[in-house]
Write a protein that binds this ligand. Structure first.
Ligand SMILES: CC(C)(COP(=O)(O)OP(=O)(O)OC[C@H]1O[C@@H](n2cnc3c(N)ncnc32)[C@H](O)[C@@H]1OP(=O)(O)O)[C@@H](O)C(=O)NCCC(=O)NCCS
Length: 162
Protein backbone atom coordinates (compact mmCIF):
# COMPACT_ATOMS: atom_id res chain seq x y z
CA UNK A 1 0.00 0.00 0.00
CA UNK A 2 1.42 3.49 -0.79
CA UNK A 3 2.76 5.04 2.39
CA UNK A 4 0.31 7.96 2.24
CA UNK A 5 -2.78 5.70 2.41
CA UNK A 6 -3.30 4.17 5.85
CA UNK A 7 -6.03 2.16 7.56
CA UNK A 8 -6.69 3.22 11.15
CA UNK A 9 -8.97 1.18 13.42
CA UNK A 10 -12.10 3.19 14.15
CA UNK A 11 -12.45 4.76 17.59
CA UNK A 12 -14.73 7.50 18.95
CA UNK A 13 -12.37 10.29 17.88
CA UNK A 14 -11.99 8.78 14.43
CA UNK A 15 -15.77 8.45 14.17
CA UNK A 16 -16.10 12.24 14.34
CA UNK A 17 -13.59 12.58 11.50
CA UNK A 18 -15.42 9.90 9.53
CA UNK A 19 -18.78 11.63 9.94
CA UNK A 20 -17.28 14.89 8.66
CA UNK A 21 -15.82 13.08 5.64
CA UNK A 22 -19.16 11.41 4.89
CA UNK A 23 -21.19 14.62 5.20
CA UNK A 24 -18.69 16.56 3.12
CA UNK A 25 -18.20 14.06 0.35
CA UNK A 26 -20.75 11.22 0.17
CA UNK A 27 -24.45 10.47 0.15
CA UNK A 28 -25.91 8.67 3.19
CA UNK A 29 -26.89 5.66 1.10
CA UNK A 30 -23.29 5.16 0.02
CA UNK A 31 -21.94 4.88 3.54
CA UNK A 32 -24.66 3.16 5.60
CA UNK A 33 -28.03 1.45 5.20
CA UNK A 34 -30.74 4.11 4.88
CA UNK A 35 -34.50 3.92 5.27
CA UNK A 36 -36.85 5.66 2.88
CA UNK A 37 -36.07 7.97 0.03
CA UNK A 38 -34.40 11.33 -0.11
CA UNK A 39 -30.77 12.26 -0.06
CA UNK A 40 -28.69 14.62 2.00
CA UNK A 41 -27.43 14.78 5.54
CA UNK A 42 -29.98 16.14 7.99
CA UNK A 43 -29.49 15.84 11.76
CA UNK A 44 -31.32 12.50 11.91
CA UNK A 45 -29.13 10.98 9.22
CA UNK A 46 -25.97 12.16 10.98
CA UNK A 47 -27.20 10.69 14.25
CA UNK A 48 -28.00 7.43 12.44
CA UNK A 49 -24.45 7.31 11.09
CA UNK A 50 -23.02 7.56 14.61
CA UNK A 51 -25.49 4.99 15.94
CA UNK A 52 -24.67 2.63 13.09
CA UNK A 53 -20.94 2.55 13.88
CA UNK A 54 -21.44 2.56 17.66
CA UNK A 55 -23.62 -0.50 17.22
CA UNK A 56 -21.09 -2.33 15.06
CA UNK A 57 -17.33 -1.65 15.11
CA UNK A 58 -17.52 0.30 18.38
CA UNK A 59 -19.91 -2.12 20.10
CA UNK A 60 -18.67 -4.35 22.89
CA UNK A 61 -17.98 -6.92 21.60
CA UNK A 62 -17.60 -5.50 18.08
CA UNK A 63 -19.84 -6.84 15.33
CA UNK A 64 -17.27 -6.01 12.65
CA UNK A 65 -13.99 -4.15 12.16
CA UNK A 66 -14.01 -0.70 10.58
CA UNK A 67 -10.97 1.28 9.53
CA UNK A 68 -10.74 4.94 8.70
CA UNK A 69 -8.96 5.47 5.40
CA UNK A 70 -6.50 8.32 5.81
CA UNK A 71 -4.65 9.96 2.94
CA UNK A 72 -1.87 12.23 4.11
CA UNK A 73 -3.61 12.23 7.48
CA UNK A 74 -7.04 13.24 6.21
CA UNK A 75 -9.97 10.82 6.59
CA UNK A 76 -11.42 10.19 3.11
CA UNK A 77 -13.56 7.08 3.69
CA UNK A 78 -13.85 3.78 5.50
CA UNK A 79 -13.18 0.11 5.00
CA UNK A 80 -14.74 -2.73 6.95
CA UNK A 81 -14.46 -6.43 7.59
CA UNK A 82 -17.69 -8.12 8.65
CA UNK A 83 -17.51 -11.78 9.72
CA UNK A 84 -19.76 -14.15 7.79
CA UNK A 85 -21.44 -16.52 10.26
CA UNK A 86 -22.16 -19.16 7.62
CA UNK A 87 -18.59 -19.18 6.28
CA UNK A 88 -16.05 -19.84 9.03
CA UNK A 89 -12.83 -17.86 8.55
CA UNK A 90 -14.47 -15.49 6.08
CA UNK A 91 -15.41 -11.83 6.21
CA UNK A 92 -17.26 -9.56 3.85
CA UNK A 93 -15.19 -6.60 2.69
CA UNK A 94 -16.69 -3.13 2.26
CA UNK A 95 -15.13 0.16 1.20
CA UNK A 96 -16.37 3.67 0.52
CA UNK A 97 -14.31 6.66 -0.50
CA UNK A 98 -15.49 10.26 -0.73
CA UNK A 99 -16.58 11.27 -4.21
CA UNK A 100 -13.93 13.94 -4.69
CA UNK A 101 -11.17 11.40 -3.92
CA UNK A 102 -12.28 8.56 -6.18
CA UNK A 103 -10.34 7.48 -9.26
CA UNK A 104 -6.94 8.39 -7.77
CA UNK A 105 -5.76 4.92 -6.81
CA UNK A 106 -6.92 5.05 -3.19
CA UNK A 107 -9.38 2.16 -3.53
CA UNK A 108 -6.72 -0.04 -5.10
CA UNK A 109 -4.36 0.69 -2.21
CA UNK A 110 -7.12 0.11 0.34
CA UNK A 111 -8.04 -3.30 -1.09
CA UNK A 112 -4.44 -4.44 -0.66
CA UNK A 113 -4.33 -3.07 2.86
CA UNK A 114 -7.67 -4.61 3.76
CA UNK A 115 -6.53 -8.06 2.59
CA UNK A 116 -3.47 -7.69 4.84
CA UNK A 117 -5.63 -6.58 7.77
CA UNK A 118 -7.98 -9.51 7.20
CA UNK A 119 -5.06 -11.93 7.42
CA UNK A 120 -3.89 -10.24 10.60
CA UNK A 121 -7.39 -10.57 12.07
CA UNK A 122 -7.28 -14.30 11.35
CA UNK A 123 -9.52 -14.48 8.31
CA UNK A 124 -8.52 -16.78 5.45
CA UNK A 125 -10.79 -15.32 2.79
CA UNK A 126 -12.78 -12.22 1.94
CA UNK A 127 -16.13 -11.99 0.21
CA UNK A 128 -16.71 -9.07 -2.13
CA UNK A 129 -20.17 -8.26 -3.43
CA UNK A 130 -21.18 -5.47 -5.76
CA UNK A 131 -23.19 -4.74 -8.89
CA UNK A 132 -22.11 -5.26 -12.49
CA UNK A 133 -21.99 -1.52 -13.17
CA UNK A 134 -19.36 -0.92 -10.46
CA UNK A 135 -16.47 -0.73 -12.89
CA UNK A 136 -14.01 0.47 -10.26
CA UNK A 137 -14.49 -2.65 -8.12
CA UNK A 138 -14.29 -4.96 -11.13
CA UNK A 139 -11.02 -3.34 -12.19
CA UNK A 140 -9.63 -3.52 -8.68
CA UNK A 141 -10.39 -7.25 -8.57
CA UNK A 142 -9.01 -7.93 -12.05
CA UNK A 143 -5.82 -6.01 -11.28
CA UNK A 144 -5.11 -8.49 -8.48
CA UNK A 145 -5.96 -11.47 -10.69
CA UNK A 146 -9.14 -12.15 -8.71
CA UNK A 147 -11.89 -13.82 -10.74
CA UNK A 148 -15.49 -12.86 -10.02
CA UNK A 149 -18.87 -14.40 -10.73
CA UNK A 150 -21.56 -12.48 -12.53
CA UNK A 151 -25.16 -13.49 -11.83
CA UNK A 152 -27.59 -11.14 -13.53
CA UNK A 153 -26.58 -7.79 -12.02
CA UNK A 154 -24.80 -9.26 -9.00
CA UNK A 155 -21.04 -9.65 -8.88
CA UNK A 156 -19.38 -11.76 -6.19
CA UNK A 157 -15.79 -12.76 -5.56
CA UNK A 158 -13.75 -14.62 -2.97
CA UNK A 159 -10.30 -13.32 -2.15
CA UNK A 160 -7.72 -15.44 -0.32
CA UNK A 161 -5.99 -13.59 2.49
CA UNK A 162 -4.57 -16.31 4.70
C1 LIG B 1 -15.30 1.46 -5.41
C2 LIG B 1 -14.36 2.53 -4.84
C3 LIG B 1 -14.00 2.15 -3.41
C4 LIG B 1 -13.08 2.53 -5.71
O1 LIG B 1 -12.16 3.45 -5.14
P1 LIG B 1 -11.28 4.40 -6.07
O2 LIG B 1 -10.29 5.09 -5.21
O3 LIG B 1 -12.15 5.23 -6.91
O4 LIG B 1 -10.52 3.31 -6.97
P2 LIG B 1 -9.19 3.49 -7.81
O5 LIG B 1 -8.93 4.93 -8.07
O6 LIG B 1 -8.11 2.71 -7.15
O7 LIG B 1 -9.58 2.83 -9.20
C5 LIG B 1 -9.61 1.43 -9.38
C6 LIG B 1 -9.79 1.14 -10.87
O8 LIG B 1 -11.11 1.51 -11.26
C7 LIG B 1 -11.06 2.51 -12.26
N1 LIG B 1 -12.15 3.44 -11.95
C8 LIG B 1 -12.28 4.20 -10.83
N2 LIG B 1 -13.45 4.85 -10.88
C9 LIG B 1 -14.03 4.51 -12.03
C10 LIG B 1 -15.26 4.88 -12.64
N3 LIG B 1 -16.13 5.72 -12.06
N4 LIG B 1 -15.56 4.34 -13.83
C11 LIG B 1 -14.71 3.46 -14.44
N5 LIG B 1 -13.53 3.07 -13.90
C12 LIG B 1 -13.21 3.60 -12.71
C13 LIG B 1 -9.69 3.14 -12.15
O9 LIG B 1 -9.27 3.70 -13.38
C14 LIG B 1 -8.86 1.94 -11.75
O10 LIG B 1 -8.62 1.14 -12.87
P3 LIG B 1 -7.13 0.89 -13.42
O11 LIG B 1 -6.32 0.46 -12.21
O12 LIG B 1 -7.30 -0.18 -14.44
O13 LIG B 1 -6.69 2.21 -13.94
C15 LIG B 1 -15.01 3.94 -4.89
O14 LIG B 1 -15.35 4.23 -6.21
C16 LIG B 1 -16.24 4.09 -4.01
O15 LIG B 1 -16.12 4.42 -2.83
N6 LIG B 1 -17.47 3.84 -4.57
C17 LIG B 1 -18.71 3.93 -3.83
C18 LIG B 1 -18.90 2.79 -2.83
C19 LIG B 1 -18.68 1.43 -3.46
O16 LIG B 1 -19.12 1.15 -4.55
N7 LIG B 1 -17.97 0.56 -2.72
C20 LIG B 1 -17.62 -0.79 -3.13
C21 LIG B 1 -18.62 -1.78 -2.63
S1 LIG B 1 -17.95 -3.46 -2.73
Amino acid sequence: MPTHVTLQPLDERGLTDLLHAAVRDAEPGEVMPVDGTGSGWDADRQASFLTFHRGRALASPPVESTYNIRVDGEVVGAARLCPLPDAPGAAEAGVWIGRSRRGAGIGTAVLGGLIERAGTEGYVKLFVSTTADNTAVLRMLSARGITYTLDDNAVTAWVRCG
